[in-house]
Design a protein around this ligand. Structure first.
Ligand SMILES: Cc1cc2nc3c(=O)[nH]c(=O)nc-3n(C[C@H](O)[C@H](O)[C@H](O)COP(=O)(O)O)c2cc1C
Length: 329
């Protein structure tokens, strides 16, 4: 299945594992890339001194390209430099103006991916020289940049992107979604929540189980609920006990929420996690995992099994190909 995205990066299939925060480490990114798709290694939350070793660890697991993900709003030029000097060939910028980053990335011989959520952001990224755009719709899990659905956003971004490949993100969990994205003019799909529910993801088993059990109405858009560590950043997550208690209290503002400042869990490194923290439940953490933020997109109800990442890639392509052949006949 060839598109301008696969041609640009010499991939076998038009799928990207979207960055999923701390749930994606070298094993997930490399498994996806080894399956012929594009893996993604978020590095924005790492201490600078750990960036190089994470990139190197991923390169030891795959010879194929993968992208590193940084936050444009955090002045992460040093993270970008460390990643590129360690061999990363693709830098993916999220949440903010990519312009200050792109020239240095290109000068270093790497390509730039930018997540956008509106036509204005797409224009900004194209002016900055982005090589690939990801159009993230409102259905998406994790931090949600805009307020337009994937179905409405992708075609208009495709129309202004010209030869620059556009990936659709938000609510896509299977081959039907990939086929639909291609029909909208996208050159592929970026899936986040689907890969949280993979064997290689570092998400806690309880979080993965919650994804399998969730109804789509439980993947709720929260303007600023889980804001400790990243304020003023809307996100989509499952309606868990923390969300329910906050809703029952009348959705009070930050500072007046139920059990504000309560420590509900402990990370593998011994650091405390507060109830309204941005930190997701990871393998190795202990405590009340259910109370922590469980990011999920609206496609969550279509996820039925925890699978190896390579199997997710294969099944998605297989199903998309079947959909597209049926459409042609
Ligand atoms: C658990 C989780 C963590 C995320 N963390 C990041 C991140 O670190 N960087 C980023 O650019 N996007 C992040 N996102 C957003 C995804 O990259 C992507 O846009 C989104 O998952 C697409 O929607 P979907 O989950 O419905 O597939 C995250 C999403 C999830 C579900």
């Amino acid at each position: 299945m060839n598109t301008s995205f696969t041609a640009l990066l010499s991939l076998q299939v038009p799928i990207m594992q979207a960055p999923i925060g701390t749930a994606a480490g070298p094993e997930l990114a490399a498994s996806v890339s080894n399956a012929g798709a594009l893996g993604s290694l978020p590095i924005w939350f790492l201490p600078l001194k750990n960036v190089s070793s994470m990139v190197t660890a991923t390169m030891q697991l795959t010879y194929r390209p993968f992208s590193v993900n940084v936050r444009a709003d955090l002045n992460q030029q040093s993270h970008v430099n460390a990643a590129v000097q360690s061999g990363a060939s693709l830098v993916h910028l999220f949440w903010g103006d990519p312009t200050p980053y792109t020239a240095a990335i290109h000068d270093a011989g790497a390509k730039v991916i930018v997540t956008v959520a509106s036509v204005d952001e797409a224009k900004q990224a194209l002016d900055a020289g982005a090589d690939i755009l990801i159009a993230q719709g409102w259905e998406a899990g994790g931090h949600v940049r805009g307020n337009v659905t994937t179905m409405a956003l992708v075609p208009v971004v495709v129309d202004i992107a010209g030869a620059v490949p556009v990936l659709a993100a938000g609510g896509i969990v299977d081959g039907r979604g990939l086929a639909a994205a291609l029909m909208l003019g996208a050159s592929g799909a970026a899936m986040g929540t689907r890969f949280v529910a993979s064997e290689e993801s570092r998400a806690h088993a309880g979080y993965k189980a919650a994804l399998l059990a969730a109804r789509q109405s439980e993947a709720v858009y929260l303007v600023d609920l889980f804001d400790i560590g990243w304020a003023n950043a809307p996100h989509r997550a499952l309606r868990n006990s923390t969300v329910r208690a906050w809703e029952a209290a009348g959705c009070p503002a930050s500072g007046s929420r139920p059990n504000e400042n309560e420590i509900v869990a402990t990370r593998a490194d011994g650091k405390s996690i507060e109830r309204y923290s941005v930190v997701l439940p990871m393998v190795g953490a202990s405590g009340n995992m259910e109370a922590l933020v469980q990011y999920a997109g609206q496609g969550v109800e279509g996820i039925k099994e925890i699978l190896p990442a390579s199997r997710i890639v294969e099944a998605t392509v297989y199903e998309a190909s079947a959909c597209l052949s049926e459409f042609r006949s």
